[in-house]
Design a protein around this ligand. Structure first.
Ligand SMILES: [Fe+2]
Length: 271
């Protein structure tokens, strides 16, 4: 027994060391995509460049974690409870599909022009996660059945598949935020990258834009919310910006909305 636990500990340590080595390798992997200066050295990416994945990925993580907690707390033997959670899971899958679709249509083709291997690996992640997401959808549709035992079994399988998806998603989101963002910043200006974001936004129907705002704003801290809304105020017609403020207020609740309104210099009106 003692030997087994010692072996397990050595195994855990090896996993940690391999993980750290992998991080170094990943940082080294980014270097190959960075343009060279005339001197031959690689250009460094200033820390002041924005992370273009930050806001939407915070919303993705929030949705994954919140849904995972909800699934864990659901008694799938109770039909109504199981159905409500299943709807929530389907909405999460729709959000993940939409987000992946935007990256595949607008981000990866651009990335492939200067980092083809990285773009191909990120696409392969999407394909693998898509299979898991299809399986999760199948379980979510199956938790409405007439048999209590069957619903409970499908609920357990749904929870496991969702946990495995979260494990895959976390590693993938991190690669996009570190490796993909670094190489994108090395090869494109902020104006060019903002243009890609604007094209993604313009491709979305208004109800999808509103749904995304409802997901993104509460997932950010107050400084990030204020930066996002300030940029929107500068670029949107007043009526559209006012509608966006309404969505933010609704999504944040009184305390967080008050903090944001103060940061934006808006007059805080009692609800
Ligand atoms: Fe992605």
């Amino acid at each position: 027994m003692l030997l087994t636990s010692a072996v397990d500990e050595v195994g855990d340590l090896a996993t940690t060391v391999n993980g750290l080595a992998r991080e170094d390798n990943e940082l080294a992997a980014v270097q190959q995509y960075l343009p060279r200066r005339r001197s031959g050295s690689r250009r460094r990416i200033p820390m002041t460049r924005p992370n273009y994945f930050n806001n939407v990925h915070k919303a993705v993580r929030a949705a994954l974690f919140e849904t995972s907690l909800r699934v864990a707390r659901t008694d799938f033997g109770e039909l109504e409870e199981a159905s409500a959670t299943a709807r929530n899971v389907i909405e999460l899958m729709d959000f993940l599909d939409e987000h992946a679709g935007h990256e595949q249509r607008f981000v990866f083709p651009e990335l492939a022009s200067f980092a083809p291997l990285l773009a191909a690996e990120l696409e392969a992640d999407h394909a693998r996660m898509d299979e898991l997401q299809t399986e999760i959808r199948r379980f979510a549709h199956a938790v409405h059945g007439p048999s209590k035992e069957d619903r409970e079994e499908k609920g357990r399988r749904l929870a496991r598949a969702l946990s495995l998806l979260i494990a895959d998603q976390l590693r993938h989101l991190d690669r996009e935020e570190t490796e993909a963002n670094a190489v994108a910043c090395a090869h494109r200006t902020d104006a060019e990258l903002a243009e890609i974001q604007a094209r993604i936004h313009a491709s979305m129907p208004p109800d999808h834009q509103a749904r995304l705002i409802r997901r993104v704003i509460p997932a950010l801290n107050t400084a990030e919310q204020a930066a996002l809304l300030s940029r929107s105020r500068a670029s949107m017609p007043p009526a559209a910006f006012s509608a966006m403020l309404g969505l933010a207020r609704e999504a944040l609740g009184t305390d967080r909305w008050t903090a944001l309104a103060r940061r934006l210099g808006l007059e805080v009106v009692a609800a």
